[in-house]
Design a protein around this ligand. Sequence first.
Ligand code: ADP
Ligand code: ADP
Length: 230
Amino acid sequence: QVLIKVEDLYKVYNNRLHALDGVSEEIRKGEVVVIVGPSGSGKSTFLRSLNLLEMPTKGHVYFEGVDITSKETDIDLHRRKMGMVFQHFNLFPHKTILENITLAPIKLLKKSKEEAQENAMELLKLVGLEEKANTYPSRLSGGQKQRIAIIRSLAMDPEVMLFDEPTSALDPEMVGEVLELMKKLAHDGMTMVVVTHEMGFAKEVASRVIFMDEGKIKEQGTPEEFFDNP
Ligand code: ADP
Ligand code: ADP
């Protein structure tokens, strides 16, 4: 079952740089797709095109069969089904961890405060950070902040999670705890698209690896096909 389909995607910056140069791809439900490639090859642009954080210059993006690049489509309605995690955690600094997690479910999903908080506490337990509920982001380590950013996305019940170099800004000793959480999500069947330089994660967790270069998908395959081919 295809969840996201992109068709002949182009992204041109400054009228010349082809950050995406004709990319077509399908993401199926339950897949863990890892995108690798050199810096500047268009990985992040591709990822941000999936939820139209980046509007493609040309081409179409379909989410659950709906053309979300069409002007008639309410993007917000679809975008909230795609959780996104960035290199920098983007937590609201003046809100507590619990408020950070419950804000969007209350505002956008119209959940009651009680229900949103109950769900948030369950998610906090999942990552072992329930005692941090009433503290502020500045009191957390980078690894803790990133795990909070991930469960904040999960609180919106997304159909897919998009990760843009989620461990690149972390101190090395904190990378493991974030990757562990991502592995857990993958094992629970979450559909994931991950831009990362963590080849160990790609080998172990990916159902498919995509290699990008110069705005194009140059190669793809299972981790076995991908890493065993010299
Ligand atoms: P990657 O994620 O593989 O490092 P990006 O998708 O971030 O690559 O970038 C692809 C190319 O597009 C790079 O050359 C980058 O400098 C350029 N680019 C990305 N965002 C912008 C932007 N907002 N304006 C101009 N050029 C951009
Ligand atoms: P990432 O490491 O997540 O790919 P970058 O550091 O490449 O991000 O880019 C950070 C921000 O700067 C992004 O919003 C990107 O669109 C923008 N950007 C990247 N390259 C350029 C560029 N050449 N000109 C203008 N903006 C750019």
